[in-house]
Every structure is written in structure tokens, then in C-alpha cells.
Write a protein that binds this ligand. Structure first.
Ligand SMILES: [Zn+2]
Length: 205
């Protein structure tokens, strides 16, 4: 027996099965009215987040993390591709590496899933040359402590000249900044970033 279709973002029941991503009218309207934002981090040559990390953006990020990873990542990739400024999505897609603690706890990696969906949509190549080690647990540390203790990121493989970092959520921008510096030290020449969502008014957005 088929379960009745529900909205990918808020899980409201839907009257009928949709052809594209299954979204209720409220979430569709929320996505349409939510503005994208430019991302700024010291090491970046440009960046963009498709949604604010608030309202429907926050609920879509939650959908990525709690059980609807694949279809939420496909919607995230579609939003990023549709909304990114011209010329930004050009280069090899590189996911921001997940925190080993988070990966061990949840066993899923939203940034990698979005990068893979974005590669499938755009035809851009994807690579996974970054590895991350957290110095300290970041949870509950607050923004100031996260800025003081950014994760340690190293390059494990050959780097393309032009990289597009891919992340699910940008909060302080510290992780993107650390990744951009590691890529630059490893020889990448142009480094941009795209994310599904960014904290409004945060340093990253
Ligand atoms: Zn909905």
C-alpha cells in the first residue's frame, strides 16, 4: 500500500502526487518569496546562498538532516542552480567536509549529497579532496568560540584551478573560510562557494 504523499519540507499531506518535488502550496510560496544572499568570506572569490536560514529555508535544511536526504538534496541543488548569479557555478564542485563527530552521529553528509545532486544537474565535475578534523566540539560553543576554534581542514588529493565549495548551511562563515584557505594553499586559483542556506545577517551572508 502506498503511503499518502506528503510535502517534502513540512510533511503536510498533499492532495495528489506531484511530478516534481512534492511541495505544499505554503512551502512553494515560502520558497518563492525567500531571498537568496551573497556569501562573503575572506578567502572567497564569490559566493551565494539560495535561501535564508530561517522559515522555509530552515525547514528544508531540517528535511536534509532528518530522513529525506536524497529528495531534499535534489531540491537544494535545483534552487542553487536556478538562483545563483551568472558565472558563479563554474568549476569543480567540492563539498565542505562534514565534521567527523557529526558524520559518526548521523551517518549522512548533506553537503556531499547536495554537491552530487548539483553535479548531476549541471554536468559540472565533483571532487572530494578536503578532510576535516575538529579541535573541539563546536556544539553550544556560541559564535565567538566557533570563530576562535575553526575546524582544521587539509587537502588530500589533487586540486583543480577553479573550485566551487558546496555546503548545506553557512552560519559564521568560519568553516568556508578555513576550507578556502586550505584550497588556496593547495594551489587552487579561484574559489567560490554555494550553499543552500545562510544565517541572515551572519558574517557569511
Ligand atoms: Zn510544505
Amino acid at each position: 500500500m502506498l503511503a499518502p504523499p506528503t510535502c517534502l519540507i513540512c510533511r503536510a499531506p498533499l492532495a495528489r502526487r506531484a511530478r516534481g518535488p512534492a511541495l505544499c502550496t505554503r512551502c512553494t510560496a515560502g520558497l518563492e518569496s525567500a531571498p537568496g544572499a551573497l556569501l562573503r568570506a575572506d578567502g572567497l572569490d564569490g559566493g551565494f546562498a539560495a535561501l535564508p536560514y530561517a522559515g522555509v529555508g530552515r525547514r528544508l535544511v531540517a528535511a536534509l538532516k532528518f530522513g529525506r536526504l536524497r529528495s531534499a538534496a535534489e531540491l537544494a541543488a535545483a534552487l542553487i542552480e536556478e538562483r545563483a548569479p551568472a558565472g558563479l557555478l563554474d568549476g569543480v564542485l567540492v563539498p565542505v567536509p562534514a565534521s567527523p563527530l557529526r558524520l559518526a552521529r548521523r551517518g549522512m553528509d548533506p553537503a556531499r549529497e547536495i554537491a552530487s545532486a548539483l553535479a548531476a544537474r549541471t554536468g559540472l565535475a565533483a571532487a572530494d579532496p578536503l578532510r576535516r578534523r575538529d579541535l573541539r566540539r563546536q556544539r553550544g560553543g556560541g559564535r565567538a568560540r566557533r570563530m576562535r576554534n575553526p575546524p582544521r581542514v587539509r587537502v588530500t588529493g589533487p586540486l583543480p584551478e577553479t573550485v566551487v565549495l558546496v555546503d548545506d548551511v553557512v552560519t559564521t562563515g568560519a568553516t568556508i573560510d578555513t576550507c578556502a584557505r586550505a584550497l588556496r594553499r593547495g594551489g587552487a586559483l579561484r574559489i567560490r562557494a554555494v550553499a543552500l542556506a545562510a544565517v541572515p545577517g551572519g558574517r557569511g551572508a
